[in-house]
Design a protein around this ligand. Sequence first.
Ligand SMILES: Cc1cc2nc3c(=O)[nH]c(=O)nc-3n(C[C@H](O)[C@H](O)[C@H](O)COP(=O)(O)OP(=O)(O)OC[C@H]3O[C@@H](n4cnc5c(N)ncnc54)[C@H](O)[C@@H]3O)c2cc1C
Length: 427
Amino acid sequence: MMNVDVIVIGGGPSGLMAAIAAGEKGAKVLLIDKGEKLGRKLAISGGGRCNVTNRLPVEEIIKHIPGNGKFLYSAFSIFNNEDIIRFFENLGIALKEEDHGRMFPVSNKAQSVVNALLDQLEKLKVKVFKNSPVEDLIYENDKVSGVLLKDGQTISANSIVVAVGGKSVPHTGSTGDGYAWAKKAGHTITDLFPTEVPVTSNEPFIQNKTLQGLSLRDIELSVLNPKGKPLITHRMDMLFTHFGISGPAVLRCSQFVVKALRKWNLKEVILSLDALPDSKEEELFQEIVKLVKSEPKKSIKNTLKGFLPERYLLFLLDYNGISAAEQGGTIPNEKLRSFAKSCKQFPIKANGTLSLEKAFVTGGGVSVKEIEPQTMASKLMKGLYFSGEILDIHGYTGGYNITSAFVTGRLAGTNAALFAKTAEKSV
Ligand SMILES: Cc1cc2nc3c(=O)[nH]c(=O)nc-3n(C[C@H](O)[C@H](O)[C@H](O)COP(=O)(O)OP(=O)(O)OC[C@H]3O[C@@H](n4cnc5c(N)ncnc54)[C@H](O)[C@@H]3O)c2cc1C
């Protein structure tokens, strides 16, 4: 039977980093992936250019990981986003900062990042098994002893890093296989749910495709609780689709939609769209009245030209019972007031999201309460480590999930190697 110090299961960002970290500690490492290619999800991140990490201060990074980001405080004190940047620069991958602190390879080529990681594996003599799905983990006397591959082969190891990702976008290999192995070791799997996912709606203007394809820039979108108070607000772009809404602001709000639907057992959650976040509602109304008064015979559509993207302007006028061709001076003030209100607080009822498989990220996973925050070791099974999206940690897209994957992978790999060495000595 083949025998190694450390087995890392999963060749995504967390598994690749874990295998490198364990290799750097001098351990005999085997990285196993079910697919033909490693780092598939990493390669499609950030619109296919690989959003390696994010350069915001650690406090901000944690804020952008609403799913248990605080668990990462101790991990970040050991290895953080700046260490990721240095790590890649040492591998010869120059990075550049873009909007919102997002870091990309200067080459804009995702594959250059994946290749640098693969070269490092080779340098460190990490053995790689591709096309080798792991079927099960083997535990003996409250300690890991090895893995069983789908082809029937067993491989023994002193420690194992489970870095098989979540359940989203399964064609990249992440099909949720690790949850059963974690459960078998006694771990709690918190409820899984889609996050960073487009939101669905039955609103007539969605079903009729009135706004399909319209994108709104720099808007503010809020998810409201049943009392109408914002649970969260994000200022970014958004897009109307044939099934609902999407785009960066929507993706960020999506987990709050899912959580609100579940928490209050609702059929629909209201999102409020502020298309003019820099204006106050009353000031906006006064401005519109002033414009209308200065040219009362002009059509309202022309008076308000440039206020909003034309399609959205026409939609909001119609929504408020105002004909676009109507002369501004003939429109009652209460209609103009309700139009101003729609610009600031347009309600969109959401009835759910696309599926977990279609989400960018899986919410929920192996409970972080059962994981040592400085080592990523299981508190329940000796020699078992978890890293990356399989953990109950989820952030916004923008490099936050990948940062979490690299950081937890680094810690898991380092400590799995240290554990393997001490286990060896004690035999
Ligand atoms: C389209 C898209 C864009 C994204 N963009 C961003 C972004 O811009 N910023 C950001 O922060 N995050 C982004 N994400 C999320 C981010 O890519 C993931 O959070 C991250 O890849 C998770 O890393 P991981 O190593 O934990 O798991 P994964 O990357 O999912 O890797 C898991 C690996 O485990 C292997 N595996 C699974 N089961 C088995 C098994 N039984 N045996 C052997 N191997 C197995 C899989 O083949 C896979 O290679 C994006 C996700 C998608 C889908």
